[in-house]
Design a protein around this ligand. Structure first.
Ligand SMILES: Cc1cc2nc3c(=O)[nH]c(=O)nc-3n(C[C@H](O)[C@H](O)[C@H](O)COP(=O)(O)O)c2cc1C
Length: 180
């Protein structure tokens, strides 16, 4: 299949996740275009058979440019097999309330798309202290401590479960190929 991976990222973890997804799909024989949604001018999503959309949660919301992209191409995307990856730190934990919030954030986000992706996956992200300014670094250390995590602000801490992500991507790609 020809697959478009369109993402938004603030600190870079979603880009890393999408590169991993791209490598995986290419290794399975698909052709892939990996695109930051801020660079989507002139893109024709109709050229693709399936689409992966990805973005990350910041203060309870996804990047507006991801929502704008999904909305702008609603006509085509709503007819394609789409996997939506929502990256967050809450997805690294087991807190039932936080998971409920993640589902609500996803619902609000796809309401903004104006159409519903066939598959939605919550993906654990990372602390990326190298990308934070002083205030963000302080806030993120506080959030970590609230979750009983001790983090070293001189080192990034990644929670992404690559094996689980690979399984989700493989499963989605198989059903997307069947739909063609
Ligand atoms: C300022 C800020 C706010 C954040 N807010 C949330 C949040 O509300 N819920 C959550 O689960 N994760 C939150 N995160 C964690 C990010 O979703 C996580 O670090 C993710 O890996 C970021 O992906 P990106 O590097 O692609 O932007 C926040 C991170 C930052 C820096």
């Amino acid at each position: 299949m020809r697959i478009l991976i369109a993402y938004a990222t603030t600190e870079g973890q979603t880009r890393k996740i999408c590169r991993f997804v791209s490598d995986r799909l290419v290794a399975a024989g698909h052709s892939v275009e990996l695109l930051n949604v801020t660079d989507a001018e002139g893109l024709e999503p109709a050229r693709f058979d399936a689409v992966v959309l990805a973005g990350s949660v910041h203060v309870g919301a996804l990047q507006p440019e991801l929502i704008a992209f999904a909305q702008a191409h609603a006509d085509v995307l709503s007819r394609h097999p789409v996997l939506y990856l929502q990256v967050s730190l809450a997805a690294a934990g087991q807190d039932a309330e936080e998971w409920q919030e993640l589902r609500e954030i996803a619902d609000k986000t796809v309401a903004g798309f104006g159409w519903r992706p066939g598959r939605i996956e919550q993906v654990a992200g990372a602390f990326r202290f190298a990308e934070y300014d002083f205030f963000k670094s302080w806030a993120m250390r506080w959030i970590a401590s609230q979750h009983g995590q001790k983090v070293d602000p001189k080192a990034d801490r990644e929670y992404t479960d690559w094996a689980r992500l690979a399984e989700a991507v493989d499963g989605w790609a198989a059903t997307a190929a069947d739909r063609r």
